[in-house]
Design a binder for this molecule. Structure first.
Ligand SMILES: [Cu+2]
Length: 127
């Protein structure tokens, strides 16, 4: 009983640390565009830092393949993994090492990706 309670406390504490997010006011002005448009079969570099994904929105032609290249640039983030909920896939993102994820843009709507705790959110949006 006691040890179960302890593990819950530890998990919650770890979660709070892992998901630490800077307030919007701290956002540097020099960040990459929040949104980009990629050609079919394009490659899009996405930086994962303490604020989330940059860019977070990638527009591309409906149904076209796209390679997302995630690079996590800080340990001050809960972005150690990127999850594609609708694909049921999770990719580890080692610090400063680009990780390629090939996706297919949906016919309509968007393909979401998130951190493991669903705090950071991005999407490939069909257009
Ligand atoms: Cu998170």
């Amino acid at each position: 009983m006691k040890s179960k309670l302890m593990s819950v406390v530890v998990a919650v504490t770890l979660g709070a640390i892992a998901c630490k997010k800077d307030p919007p006011a701290a956002r540097p002005a020099a960040h990459a565009a929040a949104e980009v448009t990629a050609p079919p079969n394009g490659r899009v570099a996405i930086t994962v830092d303490g604020e989330g994904y940059h860019p977070a929105t990638i527009r591309t032609a409906a149904g076209s393949p796209l390679t997302l290249v995630f690079t996590r640039t800080t340990d001050e983030t809960c972005g150690q993994q990127v999850v594609f909920p609708s694909k049921h896939t999770t990719h580890d993102l080692p610090l400063n090492r680009p990780v390629e994820v090939t996706v297919t843009a949906p016919a309509t709507g968007s393909l979401a990706f998130t951190c493991a705790m669903n705090m950071y959110q991005g999407a490939v949006v069909a257009q």
